[in-house]
Write a protein that binds this ligand. Structure first.
Ligand SMILES: [Zn+2]
Length: 462
């Protein structure tokens, strides 16, 4: 029995690990690599293993860096089942369709700029490739044992990271020997709005753990309510707009939930809030199919009173690009939530272009901003930015909320890893070098046989 690591090795994207047991192969996650286009093209198009050789797959959650290459896997001959929670299956379909549309748009744009006679670029997959991939999905409930392969029993617990996210425990039996292995996917954090708290993987011999924030502690979530209310109230007093670039899954729903609560508590005026992301809207609707997966507070505050946590009287959904453009003409204070989260694609760039040069306005940064993105430049206090081929001075106020992360921080990770049992080996993945190094130091006294930070292609006997 062995495990091989092919993605999210000393980095945070492209999650893909393979367990070989009784001659069969089980793939854990099939994520997209994300970063500079040129570097990612080959990594995503060509698998470092034969997709036909994989017998079954487990998907931890719907984020593209864990699910994004599934249509390509199926296109290249994978025919096994893909096990995940039912919510993950539903949301993944929306995410993959969106990813395919972005690829088609992106390639179309780049092809227009190609020199004459150059080979046109192709998307890695198109929206037509998503439906065949979805046929392989099998939705499983949390806490319900299933068997993806002979000799493998699997079990999902709630990871508390995004709706449907799962912590996987595997019981692997080969030649009469039982080995227990845990896989975090992405580990969430306690007290996140809407979601239930993460559960604990227990009594495993091996653990594959994410380590995104292995070197950092988060601000408490209470500060996000206070800071967001202040940003909105200050902007309202100046007669400006609040622009919030947001990821479509989870962050957008959290923002709607928090703003809804702030309006209910009269902590902010009942101003118009525009959700300008059809994907975020579809995902918000999907939440109502899974009331049982929402936390106690959401149940009490909203569901028991027959209210939708994401719907309030001053909320407007923006569907078409034309409707989106019309927001430019609004003169009264309002909040605009729009994607993409890192401001690299999508409608949010138009809102930023329209608002950034006016000091009445505010841009609220609520998520992780990778290097070389417009979001990162704003976060780092750039005085001038280039948006859609126009140089603009940054006069709007930039407010950064560090408290809304959906990932466990260092303390949470240490507690979780120690709680997972007397580990023979801990495999740290899904983190940058420094995060892993600092977390490894923090775990120096923990009862762990060995801490491994696998490199891409490493194969380790279990
Ligand atoms: Zn994630």
């Amino acid at each position: 029995m062995k495990i091989e690591f092919f993605g999210a090795c000393q980095t945070v994207t492209g999650s893909q690990h393979i367990i070989t047991i009784n001659g069969k192969k089980l793939l854990l996650d099939c994520g997209f690599w994300q970063g500079r286009r040129k570097d990612m093209e080959t990594l995503n198009r060509e698998f470092p293993f034969d997709p036909k050789s994989i017998d079954a797959m487990i998907l931890s959650h719907a984020h593209i860096d864990h699910s994004g290459n599934i249509p390509n896997l199926v296109k290249q001959g994978f025919r096994g089942k893909i096990y995940c929670t039912k919510a993950t299956a539903q949301i993944t379909e929306l995410m993959l369709e969106d990813s395919a549309r972005v690829q088609v748009y992106d390639v179309g744009y780049l092809n227009k700029k190609l020199p004459l006679g150059a080979e046109p670029l192709q998307p890695i997959y198109t929206p037509e490739d998503v439906a065949p991939a979805m046929k392989n999905f099998v939705g499983v409930n949390y806490h319900e044992e299933f068997s993806p392969l002979p000799g493998v029993k699997a079990y999902f617990r709630d990871a508390g990271h995004v709706l449907g996210s799962a912590l996987t425990t595997l019981e692997l039996v080969e030649k009469g020997t039982v080995t227990r292995l845990g896989f975090t996917g992405d580990l969430g954090r306690k007290f996140l709005p809407i979601l239930r708290d993460p559960e604990q993987i227990k009594a495993v011999d091996y653990l594959i753990s994410e380590s995104t924030y292995g070197d950092r502690l988060h601000d408490t979530l209470a500060t996000s309510y206070i800071d967001l209310a202040k940003a909105i109230n200050d902007t309202y007093a100046r007669g400006g707009k609040v622009i919030i670039p947001s990821f479509a899954l989870e962050r957008a729903q959290e923002l709607l939930y928090i703003i809804h609560e702030l309006i209910n508590q009269k902590a902010i005026p009942p101003l118009f809030v525009y959700l300008d992301s059809p994907l975020a809207q579809r995902i918000s609707e999907a939440f109502s199919d899974y009331p049982d997966l929402l936390d106690e507070e959401t149940q009490k505050t909203f569901l028991e009173q027959d209210k939708d946590p994401f719907i309030f009287t001053t909320l407007r959904f923006v569907e078409t690009p034309e409707e989106s453009k019309k927001l430019n003409n609004i003169k009264q204070p309002c909040v605009i939530i729009s994607a993409s989260g890192m401001c690299e694609f999508g409608r949010v760039r138009h809102h930023l272009k329209n608002s950034i040069a006016d000091k009445k306005n505010t841009v609220v940064i609520v998520g992780f901003m990778a290097e070389n993105t417009l979001g990162r430049r704003l976060l780092e206090g750039a005085k001038e930015v280039n948006i859609l081929n126009e140089k603009l001075p940054v006069r709007a106020k930039i407010v950064v909320l560090n408290s809304l992360s959906a990932h466990a921080d260092q303390n949470d990770l240490v507690k979780f890893i120690i709680g997972a049992g007397k580990l023979k080996k801990l495999f740290l993945v899904h983190g940058e070098e420094n995060a892993m190094a600092v977390l490894t130091d923090k775990l120096a006294d923990a009862p762990i046989g060995e801490i491994v930070r696998p490199g891409k292609g490493d194969s380790i006997k279990l």
